[in-house]
Design a protein around this ligand. Structure first.
Ligand SMILES: [Ca+2]
Length: 105
């Protein structure tokens, strides 16, 4: 486990490392580059190799719909989805509203 700081080396004597991410300090969304330089027991350092990891928002947002409890017949009214929210670094950008029909109960 290691918390990576941009531009700062993390040195291990193990061939793998966990990039530890905390929810309050996520990596930015998009293509993020990581670099490895290995050193042998004689002190010779390799040329760097790099990998690109795509950090993506893979968490669905939550819809929160509010409306008036009672509306007079023939009156217009407003539905409010502004309390909807997203996690995973994204934001809500589209609202699809549907009139489903009479409530069953
Ligand atoms: Ca999301």
């Amino acid at each position: 486990m290691a918390e990576f700081v941009l531009g700062t080396d993390v040195v291990t004597d193990t061939p793998t490392v966990e990039v530890t991410i905390t929810p309050n300090a996520p990596l930015p969304l998009g293509r993020q580059v990581f670099r490895l330089v290995v050193t042998d027991d004689a002190g010779n350092a390799s040329r760097p190799d790099e990998v690109i990891v795509i950090i993506a928002d893979q968490d669905a947002p939550t819809a929160v719909l509010r409306g008036p409890r009672i509306v007079g017949s023939g009156r217009s009214f407003e539905l409010d989805g502004s309390a909807s929210f997203d996690v995973g670094g994204g934001r809500v950008v589209r609202y699809a509203w549907t009139y489903v029909g009479p409530a069953v109960t």
